[in-house]
Design a protein around this ligand. Structure first.
Ligand code: ARG
Length: 415
């Protein structure tokens, strides 16, 4: 006989309904197998159901971070990280980062770039149930111009080599190489394509924001990605690079630091998402000098950090679509929810901030039919926090309950 799926009944004292934008009280959520089967105030709890009592907590959909790198994290020392870690060292650490992310309430992530295909292996092991972690969509190798943010030898002595196998870097110049890199990434298991449209902060190229790919190159990336049913996320700090990427048809702009008014209008017109990691400035400026990061990198951070937050606010006010993404790996994994405070400080309501990490994130990832809200028929990705995140968004930093696809990974009721 077929096994009858176990039914779990969650008593939710408060429930964040991200669809209506309302806070409901005294709800019951029924979960069967990996799905939510019913949500409502007066449901009958079936006999034999396991009851989870969250009657003094706030229950919300599993959180989603649309920009992580689960295969790395800054250690104590820049040069140790750069030169003394093998792909095997990184692969051994990645499951710990994934577990921390899930424990923090993030049940799904879009992982935007990894070395050595660690992201593909991690995603597959999580999907197989071998490792605990968030459901992952992965980008494999970030496409980078030579000398750009994703060229690992940028800033070092000529002749230095990382990864002899050209299949194992994302460096691609010109439309032909870009198309081949997109195809190779898809062949290796990429769900998304990441392009580094501009220079970056935490790498040694001269500026943080120079546009490093031409419109023609970016269009080639988007066109090729679309042929394979993939969408493109573009790392872009500088105003010019942001606009080139938007014009080329990318789905999301990552960072968006120096976004100008014309860029805002273009993003609105094209429906491009903004995924801005506006917590990271704090962590970089307080910790990275101690880790031995070169002063020129810290200086680049000073040149974009504050402007990024102001431009985020400008974009929010103008009505640009915003999804939650933190660039986890810049700061230690598991601290993802710290960004909510900054999103509220810079223009979102607490409800909008939560929506950016649930229903809006699901929309960006094109998973809105399967997750992103507490709705019957969707996957049972459910978290809970003590207190009320709509009055104090920092409540999201202390997750007490985590269920992913119907399975409980954390349940620590507070006294
Ligand atoms: N990965 C990004 C880069 O190196 C991190 C930027 C962090 N800074 C910030 N203000 N968001 O470019």
């Amino acid at each position: 006989a077929a096994a009858v799926p176990t039914v779990t009944a969650i008593r939710a004292g408060r429930l964040v309904d991200v669809v209506s934008g309302k806070l409901l009280t005294n709800q019951i959520i029924l979960v069967s197998g990996d799905k939510i089967t019913a949500v409502g105030p007066n449901l009958t709890i079936p006999a034999g159901a396991t009851v989870v009592d969250l009657s003094s907590a706030t229950v919300l959909p599993g959180l989603m971070d649309c920009h992580t790198h689960l295969s790395s994290e800054p250690g104590d020392n820049y040069y140790e990280d750069m030169f003394r870690k093998s792909p095997i060292d990184r692969a051994l650490l990645a499951p710990t980062y994934a577990a921390r992310t899930l424990q923090a309430g993030f049940t799904m992530v879009r992982d935007l770039g990894s070395s050595s295909l660690i992201d593909v292996s991690l995603r597959n092991a999580i999907n197989a149930g071998t490792l605990p972690g968030p459901r992952m969509l992965v980008a494999t190798f970030a496409l980078s111009a030579t000398g750009g943010h994703g060229d690992p030898t940028t800033g070092f002595a000529p002749g230095l080599k990382f990864g002899e196998n050209p299949d194992f870097t994302g460096i691609a110049d010109g439309p032909e190489e870009i198309r081949k890199r997109v195809r190779t990434n898809v062949k290796f298991g990429a769900d998304w394509i990441k392009v580094l449209a501009t220079a970056g902060v935490l790498s040694e190229e001269g500026s943080a924001g120079a546009a490093l790919y031409s419109l023609e190159e970016l269009k080639a990336a988007v066109d090729e990605a679309h042929r394979w049913g993939r969408q493109v996320a573009a790392h872009a700090h500088g105003a010019e690079g942001i606009k080139l990427a938007v014009r080329a048809g990318v789905t999301s702009i990552e960072h968006g630091s120096l976004l100008d008014d014309e860029g805002v209008q273009l993003m609105k017109k094209n429906g491009t998402w903004l995924v801005a990691d506006i917590y990271d400035d704090d962590y970089i400026l307080s910790e990275y000098a101690k880790k031995g990061f070169p002063e020129k990198i810290i200086e680049k951070e000073r040149s974009v950090g504050k402007l990024q937050r102001e431009n985020f606010q400008k974009a929010v006010r103008a009505g640009v679509k915003v999804a939650f993404g933190t660039d986890a790996a810049v700061y230690p994994h598991g601290g993802n929810a710290k960004q909510f405070f900054y999103m509220v400080k810079f223009g979102l309501t607490p409800m909008q901030a939560i929506q950016s990490a649930t229903i809006r994130a699901a929309e960006l990832l094109q998973w809105q039919d399967r997750t992103g809200s507490l709705t019957a028929g969707k996957l049972a990705d459910i978290v809970a926090v003590p207190g009320n995140p709509l009055t104090d968004v920092r409540a999201l930093e202390t997750v007490q309950f985590v269920m992913k696809e119907g399975k409980v990974y954390r349940n620590e009721p507070k006294p």
